[in-house]
Structures are given as C-alpha cells and as structure tokens.
Design a protein around this ligand. Sequence first.
Ligand code: NAD
Ligand code: IPM
Ligand code: MN
Length: 362
Amino acid sequence: KKTYRIAVIPGDGIGVEVMPEALRALDVVSQRFDIGFDYQHIEWASCDYYMKHRQMMPDDWKEQLKGADAILFGAVGWPATVPDHISLWGSLLKFRREFDQYINLRPARLFEGVPSPLANRKAGDIDFMIVRENTEGEYSSVGGVMYEGTEREVVMQQSIFSRHGTERVLKYAFDLAQRRAAKKITVATKSNGIAISMPWWDARAAEVAAQYPDVAWDKQHIDILCARFVMNPDRFDVVVASNLFGDILSDLGPACTGTIGLAPSGNLNPERKFPSLFEPVHGSAPDIAGKNIANPVAMIWSAAMMVDFLGGNVAGPERDAHDAILAAIEDVLKKGPHTGDLGGKASTTEVGMAISERLAGA
Ligand code: NAD
Ligand code: IPM
Ligand code: MN
C-alpha cells in the first residue's frame, strides 16, 4: 500500500472550515481504495500565526515541508488584521514560486442541479480548463515607489515574461488540449494595448501551436474573452492565460457555472521536483467565515485533484479515488443538500458529510 505525506494548511477564515470536509473525504477513499495519507498538520501560513510572530511562516518552512508529497491548502487572508499583500506574498505566493508550481490548473464545469446565472445552460454545456501561468507575468516584485509623499510620487511595477516560463505553460496547455476530446485551445492576450509583452506572448503561442497541428487554436483579447465567457462559455475547451488574466478568468468561469464555491485548483510542479499545492480558487471569505455556511465542494474537489496527481494522473487506485470523489460531489450537487451559495440551507459540515457518506457507498 502506498502512503503519501500530505502537508495540511487550513490558513484563515473559511479555509479552516472547509478543510475538515476534504480530510473526511480523504479518510473514506483511504479505506475504500487502500491509499495511505500521512498528514502533517500545519498551523502557520495563517494570519493568526502572523499576529503572534510578525511573519506568516517560520524561517525553516521549507525544511519543514521537505518530504511532503503534496500540500493541501485552504485559503489565506484576513485583511482586517493583516494587509493582503503581506499575508499572500508571505505564504501562498511564496509556495508557488519557491516550489516552481508554474501551472495553475483550474477547471470550470456546470453540474446537474446547479443553476447557472446564464440563461438556458444545462449540465455539461460548460466544461473547460483554465491553465494559468503561476510564477511570473504581472505578479512581480520588481518595482517601487519613488519620491514618496511628494507631488512627484511615482510607482512602477514590472511585468516579467521569460521565454522559458512562457513556453512551458503554453506547452502544458497544448498537451492538455491534445489529450481532450475537443482538442481546442484559446490563448488569452492583449497584444493591441500591451504592445511589448503581449505580441511577444502571441509569438510564443504561435511557435508552440506549430508543434500541435491536431489542436485547433485561436487567440482572443482578454476583454472580449471575458465577454465570451458569459455569452458563449460552451465554446471553450482549454484556455491558457498569463498570471493575472488567468486569475480573473478563473473567478469568472466558475461564476458562470453557479458559484465560485465549487472551483478547485492545482498549483502544479509537473516535473514533481517540488510538492504541488491543491486549494480552492476562492479565498478566506471573511464575510461568511465562522458561520459554518461555506460551500466545501471546491476544497473537496481540490483534494480529489491532489489524489489523482499523486497517482501520476494515470489509471490506478488514486485515479479511482478521484473519480469516486467526483461522482459523490455530482450526486450531492444533483440531489442536495446545498449550501447558501447554491440557494440551500445546509451547513458546510452537512454538505461535507453528505459527500463522504455517498463516497462510502451509504
Ligand atoms: P473570496 O473568494 O474569499 O470571497 C469572495 C466572495 O465569494 C465572498 O462573498 C464570499 O463569501 C464568497 N465565497 C467564497 N468562497 C465561498 C464558498 N466556498 N462558499 C460560499 N461562498 C463563498 O474573495 P475576497 O473576498 O476577494 O478575499 C477574501 C480574502 O481571501 C482576502 O484576504 C484575499 O486576499 C484572500 N484570498 C485568498 C485566496 C487564496 O488563499 N488562494 C484566494 C482569493 C482570495
Ligand atoms: C487566487 C488568488 C490569489 C491570486 C491571491 C490571493 C494572491 O486570487 O489564487 O486566485 O491572485 O493568485
Ligand atoms: Mn483569484
């Protein structure tokens, strides 16, 4: 029997509330598919920790995570006490960069039983994958403020696109599109307005596309691409985007499928040189935190993505476990119970337990 070491980082707000539901589901698949999970429960990478230690993580955080096969992550951020750029650059964004998790894979799917805010869309109509570049681009720490506090004050922040970083995310996305039935990919761009980096990004896309003659591709400016996510989401299969464009699209896509409370993600180091990190797309949701009403599906689905990734994304008990979790999620979305974001009244715990019960075959 294979045993995986999982670093469990609940973080802040609803991260702490949805995490137990993912662990509950993992306990069931551990039994059912004979997969071992050895948990390392971590209380740092949270704003509570910051309030005590004035840093988000201990200095030896990397040392402590050595030997982790994957990181299961809730959400970080408590802007009432810690500014977001401090909490996020001190934790999540550090993991993405230091562990070279250069792919952020974010599915959007419309499920049966989940009303879409878009008219006349039914289950299956929306089913695409956003591949977001996750280590560079617009998220850079290069820049600064000059002449601060004077009328000459200037702020600059550099976007950085490396050839290596751009080619690898495009290749990953084209590979993914090639393995899917529709074999279609859309490249997000803004080469009309951002006239240095984006035409260059388009050129990299064209070069990579030439290596995938069987994949149909197009490029769309981010503004109209957002509009089409709403008007015609059914036309998308794989969408590849820079860090910031991918961030925006990955809240918009799930919003079109009913709620961001469903959207999972994998922050992947595909070479498996470093641990990958699995987390919901959503944040710590301070507005609903502490009430046990958050939708746990995004967290549970993220855990399912983790198990499949641990198994190498090939047939085996891990793939079976992933599929079983997804089937249980589908069943609960179809028949209920539902949390408030889906118009229901059930608690986080009730939905999590329902999923785990279906998973156990109850
Ligand atoms: P958010 O995703 O936390 O919340 C946005 C809205 O969606 C809120 O109204 C919230 O109640 C709702 N929502 C989110 N998840 C939900 C769920 N599972 N079930 C039901 N409703 C849900 O985004 P925000 O308000 O912009 O950010 C809040 C904090 O989270 C900030 O500190 C932000 O920086 C942080 N954040 C962290 C991550 C992360 O850790 N990956 C991601 C996004 C935001
Ligand atoms: C996400 C989040 C993060 C991002 C924030 C919290 C820094 O919005 O994972 O989508 O922008 O990447
Ligand atoms: Mn985001």
